[in-house]
Write a new protein. Structure first.
Length: 284
């Protein structure tokens, strides 16, 4: 699933090409993308409007179309926008035709991506207030903020990080990386870390996201940039879902737990002389 760095990479690459462009036609090829609106209804609302800017909140892309009118897109598992992509590209769900002949295609093999129209700045604010928490790279995330958000939470810290209402934009890849860097067991109860651990975890969250952003997103699964080039950040991570990323650690083995339905993989250090993995208490 595209996470904050991948979505922000898409935004940064698309924004210069889209800003100021009139949407002359929107062809919705998959009605599911426009639901609950009908495909032709969504198209009629969008056509003839100008993209003033392209914003991001969490994992959402926000097309600001003037007069407090917004198209909110979530990529979900496999959604992506391709600028000037192949007209025969597979899994196309929507095609934006722009003035000047440019074309923006939304592709989504698994068809989970969504598009919604929101009218009014206050409505937009309410929409995200009920869904998203702190933007981790905004300067608002620190140990105290993370501790306050996790206070009395009995869920695992991994599940807590995946809850978008706490910290926006973190998914499986970057939660694993942040926890690994902070040496915090993913099944540790979120509300029971030490203050120093919250402070370190806040830092490693930002470091992991920034590493992904600097590299243009993760190569995990099938993410490509809007210009159809594969991202290059896998080697930036100390830990990812790919077991090979920790092959250099001779005394490391992998275990899997179910957390928020994402089946994360986490590296659990093993002292071969003792046999067996370290416990949550030993690891943290």
């Amino acid at each position: 699933m595209p996470e904050l760095p991948e979505v922000e990479t898409i935004r940064r690459q698309l924004a210069p090409a889209l800003s100021g462009k009139l949407i002359t036609r929107l062809e919705v090829l998959d009605p599911k993308w426009a639901s609950p609106l009908a495909a032709d209804e969504l198209a009629s609302l969008i056509e003839g409007r100008t993209i003033e800017r392209l914003d991001r909140r969490g994992k959402y892309l926000i097309f600001a179309l003037g007069d407090e009118f917004y198209l909110i897109c979530h990529l979900r598992m496999t959604g992506n926008f391709l600028l000037e992509g192949d007209s025969a590209a597979p899994y196309q769900r929507a095609v934006f035709e722009l003035e000047g002949g440019k074309t923006l295609r939304f592709t989504d093999p698994r068809r989970f991506g969504t598009a919604e129209v929101i009218v009014g700045d206050e409505s937009l604010e309410r929409y995200f207030a009920s869904r998203l928490g702190i933007e981790p790279l905004s300067g608002a995330l620190d140990g105290a903020a993370l501790r306050a958000l996790a206070s009395e939470k009995r869920t695992s810290v991994k599940a807590f990080l995946l809850d978008q209402r706490a910290v926006a934009g973190i998914g499986n890849i970057y939660a694993d990386e942040a926890l690994f860097r902070a040496k915090v067991h993913p099944m540790r109860e979120a509300g029971r870390l030490k203050p120093a651990q919250y402070a370190l975890l806040a830092t490693t969250i930002q470091d992991a996201l920034q590493a992904g952003l600097d590299a243009g997103g993760a190569t995990i699964d099938d993410f490509v940039t809007p210009t159809d080039s594969t991202a290059a950040s896998k080697t930036s991570f100390s830990f990812t879902g790919a077991r090979a990323s920790l092959a250099r650690a001779a005394a490391t083995r992998f275990e899997r737990w179910s957390s928020q339905g994402e089946g994360p993989t986490f590296a659990n250090a093993v002292k071969r002389a003792r046999g067996g993995p370290l416990s949550a208490e030993q690891l943290v």
